[in-house]
Write a protein that binds this ligand. Structure first.
Ligand SMILES: [Fe+2]
Ligand SMILES: [Fe+2]
Length: 474
């Protein structure tokens, strides 16, 4: 039996002529589909969804839009075009040719990096699998499914690297990526935030704004890698990631817009009055923001890390926008300020930058995150309301690194455990907040209609009108 792999698995990696890779993927693909059947979006398998499918790595026309059933989605393997004579541009191998195969001495670290990234992709699909049942519109339902299939493709992207470059242990890791489960006690996903629940659509929008943005920064750092296939794979994944963050930013923005609209119309400000109108009060939005932001900050890892130094020195993982930076790209004599805890107080401490590269990436993420929060505040300001959302202090609610040992208020003030216990319900979503938000969730299926708690988007997908049936139920 001969299979046309360019049809079955769209790719630009010459799958048709790579028998070893074909055999590996043939074994893995049925397991992937059965994972999708079990853990993909609940009750969605018969739906026709207006989806984007990556079909090439050419910027001019890399994607195709059409109605597809998600189990038939053509998960493909794409690498950004190879740059001729690309050189390693940071760390101790600087100036040498980039690697087209995995150097033996970096094999274990590269595999670990790829597996850790790969694990987040199916994890988020698992976290989001019930959300389709309560989508606030067909437009939003489609966006959820788009993100889900693309996270599935990102898993394919990492599995391609494992199968193609890591032999038998790569295949074992690829199988394990389908066996771990988000939030499962005995076999959880690797990183903390990917074991949290995404129980409602406000959580989903916050997740795609903040946590997919962690993805952006990790992918950007890996797109600098000296292992060229990893650099090219992650570079292409970034083209899809942009839409995920758009869904988050515009989603939260639409929730804010609707809340402000109702507050103005009924001339109310108190949270319980806002809730009486069936909207999400801005205070609850702030608490969700605090939670998702702080949990996502932990994904960058410990503030001091010898692994981070090794990954950089050996050229495996660069900094965000490494090429645009004007320093020596070795960083041997440079320092970086991190936060330390002395007598229960936060003080700055200078450490070697190489050891603080997790913190460098985290600080880049923080800048990028704050920009969008500023845009959300513009929506509130335009409505003439005094409330402003804020990004909590980076030491707030941290579970990893030096800061996990202290209790810090959102404004950066160290607090006692007693004060934390007394105030935490003002700072983080309570069970009652979550129950209230959950009470608003209900599926809206008429094209062009939206749940009461969220405003309409500004425009449709792929220049389509807003009122087309973005998802058809069968
Ligand atoms: Fe992803
Ligand atoms: Fe994503």
């Amino acid at each position: 039996m001969s299979i046309d792999y360019s049809q079955k698995i769209p790719n630009n990696v010459n799958l048709n002529s790579d028998r070893v890779l074909q055999r590996a993927l043939e074994q893995w693909q049925p397991n992937f589909l059965s994972w999708w059947g079990d853990m993909g979006p609940e009750g969605s398998h018969q739906n026709d969804v207006y989806l984007r499918t990556a079909t090439s790595a050419e910027p001019s026309g890399w994607a195709h839009f059409d109605y597809v059933k998600m189990p038939d989605y053509r998960w493909g393997i794409f690498l950004s075009p190879q740059v001729q004579d690309r050189k390693i541009h940071f760390g101790e191998h600087m100036g040498e040719d980039v690697w087209q195969e995995v150097p033996g001495e970096h094999r274990a670290n590269l595999r670990r990096i790829i597996v850790t990234q790969g694990d987040t992709e199916p994890a988020s699909v698992e976290q989001q699998r019930h959300l389709g049942l309560t989508a606030p519109s067909l437009y939003d339902l489609r966006n959820l499914f788009q993100i889900n299939v693309e996270e599935g493709r990102h898993l394919w992207a990492m599995v391609y690297l494992l199968h193609r470059y890591f032999g038998r242990d790569g295949r074992e890791e690829a199988d394990a990526l389908l066996q771990r489960r988000s939030g499962q006690e005995d076999n959880p996903r690797i990183l903390g935030a990917f074991n949290e629940q995404t129980p409602d659509w406000l959580a989903f929008f916050m997740f795609t704004y903040f946590t997919d943005r962690d993805g952006k920064f990790q992918l950007c750092a890996l797109a600098e890698s000296s292992f060229d296939p990893l650099a090219r794979t992650t570079k292409f994944m970034l083209t899809e990631e942009a839409h995920h963050m758009f869904v988050g930013e515009s989603g939260v923005s639409r929730v804010i817009a609707r809340t402000c609209e109702l507050m103005k119309k009924h001339n109310v400000e108190a949270p319980d009055q806002v809730r009486a109108l069936g909207a999400i009060d801005l205070q609850t939005l702030q608490r969700y923001l605090n939670f998702h932001y702080s949990v996502t900050l932990d994904l960058f890892g410990a503030d001091q890390s010898s692994n981070a130094a090794t990954f950089y020195n050996t050229g495996l993982k660069g900094r965000y926008e490494e090429t645009k930076r004007g320093d020596d790209h070795l960083l041997k004599d440079r320092g970086y300020k991190i936060l330390n805890v002395v007598d229960g107080k936060l003080v700055e401490k200078e450490v070697p930058m190489l050891n603080a590269l997790n913190e460098v990436l985290r600080d880049d993420f923080i800048k990028d995150s704050e920009a969008g929060v500023g845009r959300w505040n513009k929506v509130i300001e335009k409505a003439g309301l005094p409330f402003r959302l804020t990004v909590p202090h980076k030491a707030f609610n941290r579970q990893i690194g030096t800061l996990s040992g202290v209790r810090i208020a959102p404004d950066g003030r160290p607090v006692s455990q007693e004060e934390w216990n007394a105030k935490v319900s003002e700072w983080m979503p309570t069970a009652a907040d979550r129950a209230y938000v959950a009470s608003l969730m209900g599926r809206v299926v008429e094209p062009g209609q939206y749940a009461n708690w969220i405003s309409a988007p500004l425009s449709g997908i792929n220049k389509q009108p807003l009122d087309i049936p973005y998802v058809r139920f069968n």
